[in-house]
Each structure stands twice: as C-alpha cells, then as structure tokens.
Design a protein around this ligand. Structure first.
Ligand SMILES: *[C@@H]1O[C@H](CO)[C@@H](O)[C@H](O)[C@H]1NC(C)=O
Ligand SMILES: *[C@@H]1O[C@H](CO)[C@@H](O)[C@H](O)[C@H]1NC(C)=O
Length: 303
C-alpha cells in the first residue's frame, strides 16, 4: 500500500512534465531509464524509488523513468517472475518509442535481470537510441543455480527451483518462468541453444543476427558491475559476461576467453577494442552498494 502510494507520488511530477511543450535549450541532461530486478518493482521506496530520487538530486532537471511492467506495482513484481521476457522487452520498446521525452536518446540502467532485459532492448529496438547501458549485477550469460532469492520471496524461489529442476528447457516452463529464460545449463548445451527462448537468442547462440550486432555497437558505453561477494548470482562471472566452460560446471571462463568474443558474434570484441566496455567491481553482496560508490562510479555515465 505504502509502495503503491509512493509510486503514484513519484510518478505524478513526470506526468505533468510530459505534457509541457517547453524545452530549455540549455538543458543538457540525458534521460535515464531504469529496469528493476527480480522480486522488485518500479517504485519500491527502498530500491528503485531511492535510486530515482538520488539521481534526481544529483542531476537537477533529469527525467528518470523507472519501468513498470504491468498496470500496478503488484503486477510489476509478479511479471518479474512469470511474464514471457520477449513480451516484456517488446512492451518496453513500445513504451520507450512513445515517450516524447526520450526522443533524443537516453541512458539505461538495469538491475540484476533488468540488465540483460535492457540489453535486449538495445539489440532489438535502436530507436530511440540508448547511449550508455549500465548493467548492475546483470547476468549476461545467464545463471546455473539460484542459491538465494533477493528480498522476501523465498517461497516463490523454492517453487522456481523445482520448476527449473524438472525441466528448464521444456516449452511450458520456458514460456511461463522468467528465470528459465536465462537458465544456462553448461551440461546440456544443445538443449540450451535450441530451447532457451530469450538468452540463447540475444546471445546469438542459434546464429548471428547482424541487426543485434550492429545495434549493440551503437552504444557509447556498456558498463558492467560485478558484486565481489554476490550470493544470489551463480556463477557471478556472468555479471561480466563470463560463464562456466561448456560441458562441465566448475571451471569458468571470461568474456574474452569465450567463443562469443573470439568469433565476435555480438560485436563485443569490437566494442572492447573501441574501449566501449567498462568492467567495474563493487565490494558487497548482490546489488549492495553505498550512495558514495554509486555517485563515484556510476553517476559519471549518466551526465
Ligand atoms: C530537462 O529536460 C527534461 C527532459 O526533457 C525535462 O524533464 C526537465 O524538466 C528539463 N529540466 C529543465 C530544468 O528544464
Ligand atoms: C534479427 O533481429 C531483428 C530485431 O529484433 C528481428 O527483426 C529479426 O527478425 C531478427 N532476424 C532473425 C533472422 O532472427
């Protein structure tokens, strides 16, 4: 209830601004789009609400859009577990294209799964243009394990674990379970490549979609934050686009050691060469950072 109310209060000034045709030509702020993580919502005053407020205080005049997937906070939270990711991405593309404030481009910041979803937006929907993509604890090569659930959703997580164990790559589970859509089983690489509806597609596992490659390279910077004591993401290497080596579940490889990079199937090697990839590490558990860390390390990419 409190969260819903706050969300409304936070959203209200944005609505007023949206109707205004007045544009200050000295206004050089680049809008920011946020996509929350699993178990979270657009407007939780302790998470996305706080980030939005903090950025607005640091960069006066900035337009910050915290994405709500669905009609309200409850739907938004549920959709983070159960709504087909490709549909979510497509909904967001439509919303961004319709937003007059984003016409000139925007920066995007995704938290946890929201980060790989925003990368899909960059790859599939180049208009309006995304300038910087900041991935905060995102899982760009997926996860192979769900050791702990963030927040107070452990009952849902137990259920998700059961579904993933019973067959993450069955069509039914793929369609209805968000986490299955970035489940990456290195022991069943063929199944992953063939049946992963979301991750295998955006990571060019079934072929190279030149559009994805071209669009991703339009980014000015792709910043990836890894949490050094992360107990939620397994393996944590995924936050820097690394993963487990195929065929076993112990040894990991970095992005630079991967086939994806070596064959440059997604343009990441080219981006690395052009100094567009930024790898940041933060002390602490999943999504745990201080305002000081945020301001010193991430804010520079939002100005
Ligand atoms: C700057 O531009 C943004 C986005 O167009 C707008 O929301 C904001 O109100 C503007 N700020 C000022 C101080 O003009
Ligand atoms: C490549 O991606 C674009 C953008 O999403 C899509 O329209 C197109 O159908 C894709 N092509 C293939 C061969 O999947």
């Amino acid at each position: 209830m409190t969260a819903t109310l706050l969300c409304f209060l936070l959203a209200a000034p944005v609505l007023l601004v949206a109707g205004s045709p007045v544009h200050d030509s000295n206004n050089k702020t680049v809008p920011l789009v946020l996509w929350h993580g699993m178990g979270d919502s657009c407007c939780n005053p302790l998470s996305m609400g706080a980030i939005k407020k903090m950025v607005e205080e640091e960069i006066p005049g900035i337009y910050v859009l915290s994405l709500m997937i669905g009609k309200n906070v409850v739907e938004d939270t549920e959709n983070g577990f159960f709504k087909d990711v490709n549909e979510q991405v497509s909904m967001v593309c439509t919303q961004l294209a319709k937003d007059p404030q984003l016409k000139g481009g925007y920066n995007a910041m995704g938290f946890s799964q929201g980060a790989q979803f925003l990368r899909a937006v960059a790859q599939r929907c180049p208009s309006p243009p995304m300038k910087n993509l900041i991935s905060v604890g995102g899982q760009h090569q997926g996860v192979y394990g769900l050791p702990r659930c963030p927040g107070e959703h452990s009952a849902i997580c137990d259920m998700i674990r059961k579904a993933l164990n019973s067959g993450a790559y069955s069509d039914l589970v793929q369609k209805h379970l968000v986490q299955a859509q970035y489940w990456h089983d290195p022991l069943n690489d063929d199944l992953y490549k063939k049946h992963s509806l979301f991750l295998a597609d955006i990571n060019q596992e079934r072929g190279v979609n030149e559009t994805y490659k071209k669009n991703l390279q339009l980014l000015e910077k792709f910043v990836m934050v890894k949490f050094l004591q992360d107990t939620v993401v397994d393996p944590v290497d995924s936050e820097w686009f690394g993963f487990l080596k195929t065929g076993q579940a112990k040894e990991t490889e970095t992005l630079q050691e991967s086939v994806l990079y070596k064959e440059d199937r997604l343009g990441l090697a080219a981006m690395d060469k052009a100094k567009k990839l930024v790898f940041l590490a933060s002390k602490g558990d999943h999504l745990q950072f201080t305002n000081e860390w945020f301001n010193a390390n991430l804010l520079p990419y939002l100005r």
